[in-house]
Ligand binder design. Structure first.
Ligand code: TLP
Length: 341
C-alpha cells in the first residue's frame, strides 16, 4: 500500500522498535520515567527553551498551551485556516471557556499583521474580552504546508510582546520548516512563549508531542495535562522512539520534501489537474482534479492500494518516511493512465 493520507500513518523505524523494546521506564506522574526526562531535556534544548513536556498529541499540546496562557472568558487570535481553529474540536472553548478570534489566512498561509493588531481587544472597555495570546502555525497545514521564516514570525512575536500577549507556535511540523529553511529550528521559534511539535508526523514516532517554554509555563501546562487525563505513567516506551526521532529522523525530512516536489511536478504535467507547483514547500501536496475525472482517479488509486486524502475538490497527498521515490512514479503512472484517457 502507498498511503499519502497523512504523515501520521508512518510506521516506527527498526531503531525505534529496538529503543521501545529496551526503554527504561518509571511512573512519569512522579517524574520517575528516565526516558521521558531525557526526551523532555532534549526537546527543550533543541527548541532553545527552558523546559519541555511530553503530551499525548498535537491537539493536547496546543490545548494545554492555550489553557496555560489564558483565563476563562479570554480570546485567542488564530488563523481561520489554522488547525487549532478548524480541527481541534473547539477544545479551548469547550474545556477552557476561551473564545477564538480568527484572522484571515491568505492562500499561502500569510496573515496580515494589521488584522492581528485590529483583533486585539481593549479590555479596559468592559464590553470586551481580554485577548490572551496569538498563535501561528508552522508549517501551515491547510495552506499547503507553507513555511514561515524567522522574519515573518518575528513580526507577530513583536506584536504579542508590545501588547502584553503570549505568543504560541503550533509547530506540529516545525522540523519540516527548519529543514526547508536550512536553519536551526531555534531561530524560527525564538520569540515564542510556547511551541508544540509532533513526534508522530514526519518524525515517524507512534505517539506523542512536546510542548516547550519557560519553567513557569511548563508547570502550568503539566497541571492542565493532568486535568485533561494526560498524565501518563510508564510512557517512556513512547518517549524512547522520540529520542531516536530527534537524533535520526530530522534531516531525512528533506527526502520527503524532494518526493513532494517530484509528485507536484509530475501532477502538473498531467491533464485535468490543477496544481501550483511553487506552492509546494514541504511534504504536503494539494491539488484539484476536474470533476468528471475525480471518481475515475479515486477508483484507480483504490484498486492499486494507493490512498490519498480528498475533501471534495481539494486533494492532499502527504509524503513521509515509508514513501519512496519509486512510489511517486507508480502513483503518477496510474493517475496518468486515467487522465490521459
Ligand atoms: N493534523 C492531521 C489532521 O488532524 C488534519 C493531519 O493529518 O495533518 N497541528 C497541526 C498543524 C496538525 O496538522 C495536526 C494534525 C495537529 C496540530 C494535531 O495533532 P494530533 O493529530 O497529534 O492531535
Amino acid at each position: 500500500m502507498i498511503d499519502f493520507r497523512s504523515d501520521t500513518v508512518t510506521q516506527p523505524s527498526p531503531e525505534m522498535r529496538e529503543a521501545i523494546f529496551n526503554a527504561q521506564v518509571g511512573d512519569d506522574v512522579f517524574g520517575d520515567d528516565p526516558t521521558i526526562n531525557i526526551l523532555e531535556e532534549m526537546a527543550a534544548d533543541r527548541l532553545g527553551k527552558e523546559q519541555a513536556l511530553f503530551v499525548a498529541s498535537g491537539t493536547m499540546g496546543n490545548l494545554v498551551s492555550i489553557l496555560a496562557h489564558s483565563n476563562r472568558g479570554d480570546e485567542i487570535i488564530v488563523g481561520d485556516k489554522s488547525h487549532i481553529f478548524k480541527y481541534e474540536a473547539g477544545g479551548a472553548s469547550a474545556l477552557g471557556g476561551v473564545a477564538y478570534h480568527t484572522v484571515k489566512n491568505h492562500e499561502d498561509g500569510k496573515i496580515d499583521p494589521d488584522d492581528v493588531l485590529n483583533a486585539i481587544r481593549d479590555a479596559s472597555d468592559n464590553h470586551n474580552p481580554q485577548t490572551s495570546m496569538i498563535a501561528l502555525e508552522n508549517t501551515q497545514n491547510m495552506c499547503g504546508g507553507r513555511v514561515l521564516d524567522q522574519f515573518e514570525t518575528k513580526i507577530f512575536s513583536d506584536i504579542a510582546k508590545n501588547n502584553n500577549l503570549k505568543f504560541h507556535i503550533d509547530g506540529a511540523r516545525i522540523f519540516n520548516a527548519a529543514v526547508k529553511l536550512d536553519i536551526d529550528v531555534k531561530k524560527i521559534v525564538e520569540g515564542a512563549d510556547s511551541v508544540s511539535f509532533c513526534l508522530s508526523k514526519g518524525l515517524a514516532c507512534p505517539v506523542g508531542s512536546l510542548v516547550c517554554g519557560d519553567g513557569k509555563f511548563i508547570e502550568s501546562a503539566r497541571k492542565w495535562r493532568k486535568m485533561l487525563g494526560g498524565g501518563m505513567r510508564q510512557a517512556g516506551f513512547l518517549a524512547s522512539a522520540g529520542i531516536v526521532a530527534l537524533d535520526n529522523m530530522v534531516n531525512r525530512l528533506a527526502e520527503d520534501h524532494e518526493n513532494a516536489q517530484k509528485l507536484a511536478f509530475g501532477l502538473s504535467q498531467l491533464p485535468h489537474i490543477n496544481i501550483d507547483v511553487n506552492s509546494v514547500e514541504t511534504n504536503l501536496v494539494f491539488f484539484e482534479i476536474d470533476l468528471e475525472y475525480r471518481n475515475l482517479v479515486e477508483n484507480a488509486l483504490n484498486q492499486n492500494e494507493i490512498k490519498g486524502a480528498s475533501k471534495r475538490e481539494r486533494w492532499r497527498f502527504a509524503t513521509h518516511y515509508g514513501i519512496e521515490s519509486s512510489d511517486i512514479d507508480i502513483t503518477l503512472d496510474i493517475m496518468g493512465s486515467i487522465l490521459h484517457g
